[in-house]
Structures are given as C-alpha cells and as structure tokens.
Design a protein around this ligand. Structure first.
Ligand code: FEH
Ligand code: ZN
Ligand code: ZN
Length: 346
C-alpha cells in the first residue's frame, strides 16, 4: 500500500510502498478515506534529530476517518464495514488516564516513543491504518470522510478547549477566539452550539474573518493596535470572560490579556512560541486563570461527532489527493491553506 512516511529527520516525507498491515489480537484495520493535515505535522517534519522521541520510519497522519475492513481475533465493539473516526492520542494504554479515555494526558507520556497515530506510530496518510483497539474508534454513520477526519484533531482540540471554559460562558458572557483557521473556525461553531456566550473573532486575514462570520461569530475584526479596545467595547466594557488563543504568539497573548475581564480565563491552544510572565503584583487581571489544553478525550470525540452529525458543525475543508501531500504541506507552511486540508488516498 502507499504511505507518506518520515524516513529521515529534517527531510521531506516520502511516498513509499509498504505492506498492508494485518490486525492481530485486539487490533483493527481501517481503510483510510481521509487524513487531515495539521500544523503539528510540520513540527514533526521539521524536527531535528533527537528533538522528538519517535523512532523512524513511520507514516504521518493523526487526523483520520475511514472504514473498518478487518479485525484481530480479540477485537470487539466494531464490525467490518463500520465507518469510523480515529481517536489519535494513543498513550501507554494502561495508566489511569489512558484507561479513562484521556490518552491526551497519559501519565507515561514522557516515557513513550510516540504520542499517537502519525506521531511516532504509523498514522493515516496511507491506504490503511492499524489501530491498537476498537477503543480508539468512534462511529460516524454517513458523515462524509472529509467532514469526519478533522473532527478527530481540529474539532476535538477546539471542543476540549471550550469544555474547560464552559462554566465561565453562561448568559451575558463574552468569548474571544483569536485565530480563525482550521481549529478557530470550529471553536466559533462549538461556542455557538454549546454555550450562551457572545462570540468575537480576531484574525489577520480578511478571508478568515469571513469564515468567522460564516461560522457564527457575532463580531469579527482584524488584528490592529486598537483591537483590544474594540473587543472590550463589544463585551459590555467589562472585558471577555474567556479568550481562546489558537495562535499563541507574543502579540496574541498580549491581546488576550488586554481584553480579559477580572476573573477571566485564557486557553492557549496555538504553539506560536509566545510567553506570558505570571507575577504578583503584575499586569495580569485579578483572578486570571490560564490553561494549555491539549487535544482531547475519547468521550469528547464522541461529543464532537454527535454535534457534527446533528448539523451543528461544518468543517471548512480543502481536499487533495494523498499524492499531492508535498504541495499541501507547502501551502500550509506558506499560510495559504484555506480551512483544514484533507488528504484522500488515491
Ligand atoms: C499532536 C502532537 C504533538 C503536539 C501537538 C499535537 C496536536 O496537533 C494534536 O492536536
Ligand atoms: Zn494536530
Ligand atoms: Zn497512559
């Protein structure tokens, strides 16, 4: 089968022919219908030797949807023909967090040579994917694969970030989304579907603001010197109850702190390299709460799929054949990707 594999650190991934895997024990074989491309894939591809604990070679792709085609003798809970999305954060599989379906916060994460499918273990930028067990699969019914695959990472990460803030987002509150790309546009939709907050969006691109508006934002604005003032004016002049920063640069963190209400909450999802100084006395608002949410839980993935199947979520996608992966990676790197890029095995 064809697979896009990382074969040497710091080199571009290569399309190679490898054996189609055979499921053993509780393993399940999935025929891949779609695999999303994530900015974290760029971080993996660009990693210098020793930066990541992963063993080469492995197949990329940690945002996958497809159809069950074969089961190991001990596999249960799924049947051949089931269409599924793959829960990607494969931890150790046996600690308390993994047993509870929170592989994203595996207690043994720092001891593992992988972080999940396509992250040190063979992933879904291939014709077939071997999944450790049916626990990593969530049924998607007749959801189109290009809509389903992004739910497992972009959707799940956004849903997990919002879930941590939901208590602060009751009636009369304001949430600000900074960065309306593959994750941010889903966060806008999830906020509108699962909270009562007024949703304000910020980006540096006009087309991203249009995407924010289509996703249900009550207000969207470009990043400018007076953006904090404009956002505070639309949050009853008291400031935002929560900010979700999907960029995570020094500039966006500064904006986030500048618009937060006393007692407000900041979730930093983007890995833009920015930093905050936490000091008392200091410039952070009284009662400031910070979270660094990572990916999400298997239970939350089922929740995202339920939202999508109810019609409450629509993923802006750009579908390309798997063979066009080099072009797709370059477009993502140049900031030219629109919405979430989804690769389809061809
Ligand atoms: C995966 C692995 C490591 C860092 C970040 C990620 C995210 O893309 C998962 O959503
Ligand atoms: Zn990702
Ligand atoms: Zn674990």
């Amino acid at each position: 089968m064809k697979a896009l594999r990382l074969t040497a650190w710091g080199e571009a991934p290569a399309s190679v022919e490898i054996e189609r895997p055979v499921p053993h024990g509780a393993e399940v074989l999935v025929r891949v219908e779609a695999a999303g491309l994530c900015r974290s894939d760029l971080h993996v591809i660009d990693a210098p030797p020793g930066a990541l604990p992963y063993r080469l070679p492995f197949t990329l792709g940690h945002e996958i949807a497809g159809q069950v085609t074969a089961l190991g003798p001990d596999a249960d809970g799924v049947a051949a023909g089931d269409r599924v999305v793959v829960y990607g954060p494969w931890g150790c599989g046996s600690c308390a967090r993994c047993a509870a379906g929170s592989g994203n916060y595996c207690d043994r994460r720092d001891t593992l040579a992988w972080h999940g499918a396509g992250l040190g273990r063979d992933g879904g930028m291939a014709e077939y994917l071997l999944v450790p067990s049916a626990r990593q699969l969530v049924p998607i019914g007749d959801l189109p694969a290009d809509q389903a695959a992004p739910l497992s990472d972009a959707g799940l990460t956004s849903y997990h970030a919002v879930s941590g803030l939901r208590p602060a987002l009751g009636e009369g509150t304001t949430a600000v989304v900074i960065g309306v790309g593959g994750l941010g546009h889903l966060a806008v939709q999830i906020l509108r579907a699962t909270t009562e907050s007024r949703v304000l969006a910020v980006d540096v691109r006009e087309d991203a603001l249009a995407l924010a508006d289509r996703s249900g934002a009550h207000f969207s604005t470009l990043m400018r010197p007076d953006t904090a003032r404009a956002l505070r004016a639309r949050s009853g002049d008291v400031g935002a109850d929560a900010v979700l920063d999907f960029v995570g640069t020094a500039q966006t963190l500064e904006l986030a702190v500048g618009v937060l209400r006393p007692g407000g909450e900041l979730a930093v999802v983007g890995s833009g390299g920015g930093s905050l100084t936490v000091a008392k006395p200091g410039v952070l608002p009284a009662g400031f709460r910070l979270s660094l949410p990572f990916w999400g839980t298997r239970h939350e993935l089922a929740g995202v799929v339920t939202l999508a199947r109810s019609g409450a979520l629509r993923v802006e996608t750009e579908c390309l054949p798997l063979s066009a992966a080099p072009e797709a990676i370059d477009r993502l790197r140049r900031g030219a990707a629109r919405g979430r890029t989804v690769l389809v095995p061809n």
